[in-house]
Design a protein around this ligand. Structure first.
Ligand SMILES: Cc1cc2nc3c(=O)[nH]c(=O)nc-3n(C[C@H](O)[C@H](O)[C@H](O)COP(=O)(O)O)c2cc1C
Length: 149
């Protein structure tokens, strides 16, 4: 990602505490520096505690197993999969993601696990490569910013 223009960040907000949130205080400090380095970058925020996430219903899990077996989402499953595909497209439309997430019971808040279960679906080689690239770019940017502080 070094030298490449970043046009979009997906900020995944995983605390319900809004203005009271300690995590978001850290996020805001990070973003102040990030915005100076990347003034061109649009920031799309998904608030996982107010966003209505699709359930991992029978239709959604049936679709996942179909894809794992090399098949395609059938017409019967398409309505249930529309929202899943919308979330995957939103995630992949960003060059980089920032996750604002406290520790809950030695793990992540359940809403982040729900989100991961939605966007982590069997994909072709291109989709998997793109997702890996986004995650690596996010890690690299965080490292560069931390080093410059
Ligand atoms: C349901 C819940 C579980 C928590 N579990 C842990 C934990 O296992 N370990 C820990 O160090 N803090 C735990 N905390 C404390 C939060 O991680 C900590 O207060 C954090 O700063 C909250 O972030 P926020 O202000 O952005 O919501 C927990 C808080 C809540 C609400």
């Amino acid at each position: 990602m070094e030298g490449r223009t970043m046009t979009k960040m997906l900020h995944i907000c995983v605390t319900p505490r809004g203005a009271k949130s300690r995590t978001l205080k850290i996020t805001n400090t990070f973003l102040e520096t990030f915005k100076k380095r990347h003034p061109e970058c649009e920031i799309d925020t998904i608030d996982l505690f107010s966003e209505k996430l699709p359930e991992n219903s029978l239709a959604v899990t049936d679709g996942k197993y179909l894809l794992m077996a090399g098949g395609e989402i059938s017409d019967r499953l398409k309505p249930a999969w529309q929202e899943i595909e919308r979330h995957i497209a939103r995630f992949l439309s960003a060059d980089i993601c920032l996750i604002s997430c406290p520790m809950w019971n030695f793990s992540i808040p359940y809403r982040l696990k729900h989100y991961i279960d939605i966007i982590a679906q069997p994909m072709d080689a291109l989709g998997a490569d793109v997702m890996l690239e986004r995650i690596t770019a996010s890690q690299n940017e965080a490292k560069r910013l931390a080093e410059s502080l």
